[in-house]
Write a protein that binds this ligand. Sequence first.
Ligand code: PLP
Length: 380
Amino acid sequence: MILPRLEIDLDKLYHNASTLVEKLGRRDISVTGVTKACMGDPKFAATLLAAGVRRLGDSRIENIERMRHAGITAPITLIRSPMPSQVDQVVMHANVSHNTELDVISALSVAAGKAGVRHSVLLMVELGDLREGIMPEDLEAIARRTLRFPHIDLCGVGTNLACFNGIAPDAKNMRELSRMADHLDRTFRPATTSITGVVSGGNSSNLPWAISANNVGRINNLRLGEAILLGVEPLNRTSIHDLYNDAITLFAEVIETKIKPVQPWGQRAHSPFEQMSKNHHNGTANQMVLAIGHQDIDPAGLTAQRDIHVVGASSDHLIVTTKGSTVRAGDEIAFQLDYSALLRAMTSPYVTKKFQQREGANRASAHSLDFVNRIHKKFA
Ligand SMILES: *Cc1c(COP(=O)(O)O)cnc(C)c1O
C-alpha cells in the first residue's frame, strides 16, 4: 500500500461526532463541525452532517469552495475573518462569516450587494486569549454600525479561547459572553430579532466547561474539530469519555535500520530543527530512519505503537529507536498523531489519505451526499 499514508476511519469519526452532538444537544448547544484540519474534505464533511452536525465551519474559503464544488449544500461558516481580497468568494460560498473589523464587513456588504445575496456576520469578541476579537467595550458600537450595512445580517456573537495563549474557557468568561448577548438583545431587539440567534462559545477546549457547567447561560453553539478527529479535549490533552482516540492513524515506511551510538560525534553546531529528546547515556541503540519528516508531520506529536520511541526529524527523515530489532527496511510503522502532527500530515501532498468505511450499506448510504442534502433541506 502507498506510504506514507493516513488511514481515516469514517465510522469512528461518525461515532465521535454523533456522540458529541447528542451530549451537547442535551444542553441545547448545537455543533458546528470544523473541517479545516481535513482541508474541507467532502467525505469528512458528509460524515459530520450524517452524524447530526447542523452546519460546517472552516477557516479557509478554498476549503469551503471545495465542499461546495463537491455538492455540499449545508450551511457553512467561514470561522476566520475574511480577507478583504476574498470577499466575493466569501459571499458566494459561505452563509456566515466571523468578523471583527468594520472595514471587512463593509467590503462584505458591497460584495453581497453586487452578487445579489445577503451575508450573515457573527461578531467575535476578545475574552483574553488575544487572538481575534472585538474588545468588549467596543462591541455595542460595532454591532450598531454592522446593523446599518444594507446587505448584511447580524446573526450572533462568539468568542475563541485557548488556541493562542491557552486561556481556558470557564464559568467567568462564558458568563461574560452571555451577558454581552443579553446586552445586545436589550439594546437592539426592537429593531431586529435574530441579532444574537447564535452565541458561539468556542472550540473543542470548551467541552469540559460545556459538559460540566451548572448553567450554560446563553451559549447555544460550539465549533468542534479536534474533539471529533482525535477524541481529546485540547486544554489538558485528555481523552473524552466514549470517544475514539484512534480514528486516524499514520503509517510510514522504514528505509534504514542499524545499531548506532546514542551520542553523535564530531564538533557540534546548529541543525535546522531542534531535536526533541537529548539522550544522555553513552551506549548504542537500534535506530531506524523512516521516510517522512518535518515537511509532513510534527515529530513531537507522533506516538508510535509498541516500544518505538520518536527521537526527532529533519525535513524528510524521521528518526526513531526501538528496543526490539525485528524491523527491516520496507516495514511500515503506525503512529497516533496529536493535532499539530495531524494538521501537517493532512496538508502534506506527500501523505496519501485513505478514508475507510467498514460498515455496510446502511451507513454507507447515510454518508452519501444525497442523504445529507435531504436532511438539510428539512432543517433549513
Ligand atoms: C480551528 C477553530 C475551531 C475548531 O477548533 P478545535 O480545537 O479543532 O475544535 C473553532 N473556532 C475557530 C475560530 C477556529 O479557528
